[in-house]
Design a protein around this ligand. Structure first.
Ligand code: ADP
Ligand code: ADP
Length: 231
């Protein structure tokens, strides 16, 4: 699904050039669950942003489902992201002015899905994420764990092939963190490919493979048998 070859990303701010990713080559198969780890500033977010087609590499190749997307314009990336990709962030990134229902419905509005189908699909996913009783509430009225379940609902409402998660449990206590990891594991078992950035050793054990980054390079890869869902 993902084929990255000799990818580099540099940022230029005034006179300073930062090489955030330095010759990354990485393949991710459909159905895989991978974790990206490494110290702050090593390039994890930059790599996730490129894999998620939020940003382009400076050089090298990125093929998503055999399409070279590394040089896509923003508008082409947006089109490909819609329906194919779902994002989960550390800080949830819900829209404060919209209710739970409306937050989760939004991606379906962008896909021009009818109102009746939207209603059915939003209710179904909220029920599955055990947050249906909060559909009329606003994000601020929910706990962190509940907000992240809403964010996951929004990420998966379009049934994306690829889920990108940037420290999805970073703002959660261990009970809610484990719940979120169990949900991601279930989604992976149902076929979604997952690329997750994490600082948490616990979370990394849910992945099939851990990619360790240092100074913009992959320094090691560890394969691990996935953990069964925990309670
Ligand atoms: P991590 O997620 O591992 O903490 P990042 O990918 O955020 O690392 O950053 C990698 C390096 O690239 C850092 O030195 C960071 O300061 C730099 N960087 C990231 N994004 C930008 C940007 N938009 N402009 C300038 N420098 C950036
Ligand atoms: P993380 O907690 O994932 O390591 P960071 O705080 O490193 O996140 O970065 C958050 C966002 O800010 C990222 O999208 C990254 O691209 C951007 N960023 C990081 N460093 C810089 C920088 N020096 N200048 C501009 N943007 C940056």
């Amino acid at each position: 699904m993902i084929k990255i070859k000799n990818l580099k990303k540099s940022f230029r701010t005034e006179d300073i050039e930062t090489l955030a990713l330095n010759d990354i080559s990485l393949n991710v198969a459909q159905g895989e669950f991978i974790a990206i780890m490494g110290p702050s500033g090593c390039g994890k977010s930059t790599l996730l942003n490129i894999v998620g087609m939020l940003d382009n590499p400076t050089s090298g190749s990125y093929k998503f489902s055999d399409i070279e997307v590394g040089h896509f314009e923003e508008s082409e990336r947006t089109t490909l992201r819609k329906g194919n990709l779902g994002f989960v962030f550390q800080s949830f990134n819900l829209i404060e002015e919209l209710t739970v229902f409306e937050n989760v419905e939004l991606p379906l509005i962008y896909l021009n899905i009818s109102k009746s189908e939207r209603k059915e699909r939003v209710r179904e996913v909220l029920k599955r994420m055990k947050i249906a009783h909060r559909e009329s509430h606003f994000p601020k009225q929910l706990s962190g764990g509940q907000q992240q379940r809403v964010a996951i609902s929004r990420a998966v409402i379009t049934k994306p092939k690829l889920i990108l998660a940037d420290e999805p449990t970073g703002n959660l206590d261990s009970k809610n963190g484990i719940e979120v990891m169990n949900l991601l594991t279930e989604l992976n078992q149902e076929g979604a490919t997952i690329v997750m950035v994490t600082h948490s050793d616990r979370d990394s054990h849910y992945a099939h493979r851990v990619i360790n980054l240092f100074d913009g390079q992959i320094v090691s890869e560890v394969k691990s048998p996935p953990l069964a869902a925990q309670s």
